[in-house]
Design a protein around this ligand. Structure first.
Ligand code: BG6
Ligand code: MG
Length: 219
């Protein structure tokens, strides 16, 4: 049965997926590389350097590593400006209720965000203390879609992957959850996230009983 919920952050608990998009879009525009929301779907959940190399290769731009690092840093500084003003009001509706419902059922709560800015965002949202374990994105060797980050969180919580639910807004993240052998919940567009076992358009629509039923033996 389900004993842990492992959340993604950007696009699941708050709208920072939009800020990542805006910051990448600004950089791509500056480089003269076409980049739109459709391209961005492939980047959701993908780490900073992986995202940048996707954009550069789309523009058929090959740059020395030094310059690539400068661009990555530039995007990150822009992103950090965009999240500077965030507050608890930016937490998606339904998050506190969901945390409370999970706690009352003694279901552990983990975070599997690829973002090195995740601790700052959690602080700004006022939810840093809600998690039993938060993965350190800097220590993850193989980013999403590899299952490492979700498996690391399950391991730290000492809960078997098949007793975990991973909750994601990105295709890369869902792949990561599936390859970790966990149950998957998508937040967003059903057409896009068609690999997830359950998809809800928004976080507040998550039906906990329905999700927990995923962990019950089928009959
Ligand atoms: C993920 C986002 O959560 O974190 C990606 O979905 C982002 O868009 C990645 O690239 C890395 O974030 P950061 O803050 O470390 O650059
Ligand atoms: Mg996300």
């Amino acid at each position: 049965s389900i004993q842990a919920f492992i959340f993604d952050l950007d696009g699941v608990l708050t709208d920072t997926a939009e800020y990542h998009f805006l910051a990448w879009k600004a950089l791509a525009d500056e480089l003269g590389i076409p980049f739109d929301r459709h391209d961005n779907e492939a980047l959701k959940g993908v780490d900073r350097m992986g995202s940048l190399s996707f954009i550069l290769s789309k523009g058929e731009l090959e740059l020395p590593e030094e310059q690539v690092l400068v661009l990555a840093d530039k995007k990150n500084r822009h992103y950090q400006q965009l999240i500077e003003h965030m507050s608890p009001a930016d937490l998606f509706a339904g998050a506190h209720q969901l945390f409370a419902d999970l706690k009352s059922r003694r279901i552990a709560i983990g975070l599997a965000s690829a973002s090195k800015n995740a601790p700052m965002v959690l602080d700004r949202l006022g939810i840093a203390d809600q998690f039993d374990y938060v993965a350190d994105a800097a220590k993850v060797k193989q980013g999403k879609p590899h299952p490492e980050i979700f498996l690391t969180v399950a391991d730290a919580l000492t809960i078997a992957p098949q007793d975990c639910v991973g909750i994601e807004d990105s295709l890369a993240g869902l792949q990561s959850i599936q390859d970790a052998g966990m149950h998957s919940v998508g937040i967003g567009d059903k057409q896009v996230l068609n690999g997830a076992e359950q998809v809800y358009a928004q976080l507040h629509e998550v039906d906990l009983a329905e999700v927990l039923a995923l962990g019950k033996p089928q009959r």
